[in-house]
Design a protein around this ligand. Sequence first.
Ligand code: FAD
Length: 462
Amino acid sequence: PTHIWWIRRDLRLKDNPALHSALQGGHSVLPLFILDPRLLNTAAENRRHFLFNGLRRLDEDLRSRGSRLIVRSGLPEEVLPAVVAETGADGVFAEEDYTPYAVRRDANLARYIPLQRVVGVTVHHPAAVVKPDGSPYTVFTPFSKAWKALPLPKPLPPIPDHLPPPPFLPSDPIPPAPENAYFPAGEAEAERRLLEFLDSAVFAYADDRNRLDVDGTSRLSPYLRFGMISARRAAALTMEKIQQTADPAGRKGAETFLNELIWREFYNAILYHFPHVLQTAFNPALRNIEWRHAPAELAAWQQGLTGIPVVDACMRQLLTMGWMHNRGRMIVASFLVKDLLINWQEGERWFMRHLVDGDPAANNGGWQWTAGVGTDAAPYFRIFNPILQSKKFDPYGHFIRRWLPELERLPDEYLHEPWLTPAEIQRKTGFKPGRDYPLPLVDHAQVKERTLRAYQQSKPRE
Ligand code: FAD
């Protein structure tokens, strides 16, 4: 008898609950990935490439254990029943995914194929982290307390060196794709990053995670997004680190990192319980803000030409790497929504088009939070000052210099506000604001009133 391991966002062999379940009972296991045009046609090129390279790595890892990956293009509701019929499989094991599309797809399929969903995208199932009365949390801190009170699932035993060979089936080719130099795909790379991070940067993470000019974070997000590393293994190793670290500052670093992993769980839970957040603001009172229609300003923001160096540096980092620092995401999101008064959903869409870690739950959560319209949001009247953020989190301007070569000639003290460069320095350096680099799109000091008014005038629709 055959079991199908239907791979979706769990591209790994280690600590994989779906694979583990499929291997039970001595079945032959068929590792299957379905290239679903509904998902692929809308996915950003960066993520498609990362996925394809991840599949190639996974196939190599499977082959080194005597198995191999079967790839089929098509709609799951057509492909899966066909593969079940071809193999006579009596079980299909897949990691449960909480996006609205995935929930619908799986519920539909489960009616006519033996589909078994296991928990794995998150450490705990969203329905397991709820208030005593069974209702979902909408605030992070109590959610995280409840999350921490649950026992961590036991780590799974290593899988055998030799996997039962799958029945012979033709496989579609994995489309060729260039490797993202900043994020090489695959489980081995993910594992290396996690272990290296937990051996060094984690100890300074509590402070360094906010610095734009320091590589102080794990850069694991694309790997967690596609399950090239197991979320629960990351959480378990982090908890171990907390227990083993005597130095309070170092321990705080590990605790803060665990907290970020729990933010990921939180936003997955929000999407699971409130799928409509992908369409509208969580807060009904803030669903009808009159946003500005300003295509030229939106385009300047997208291309990193707003005239605010920290914003532009972050946006160029996104275009080049397919990734942006968390502090940067908050700064540019706040600038788009609060300074330009452009709908946060425009930003959400742009991020999804470019982020290699682009994830509906985390991205939507991050945008709603920054816009102040979400569950556990920053109060909307608190508005980031991008210049103060810039000076605080890129104090020497190293980050700005790295991403904005046009500011190369500018002395450090004007990097955060090039429009203030005195005439004499302009003469000496040959740098001219407005010619060599755009003047700021807006004056931050003047936009606050406009934003507060727009938010206050939003009325819940009956
Ligand atoms: P680390 O600091 O090393 O954190 C470790 C892991 O924890 C991350 O890899 C990520 O999986 C998780 N994590 C950290 N912060 C958050 C958070 N605030 N919410 C949810 N998970 C978190 N993260 C995504 O994975 N995909 C997105 O599409 C995404 N969009 C965002 C949009 C906005 C506007 C904002 C403000 C944040 C967004 N984030 C998103 C969260 C965060 O910015 C990234 O997870 C983080 O920058 C990834 O870098 P890292 O792996 O080095 O993070």
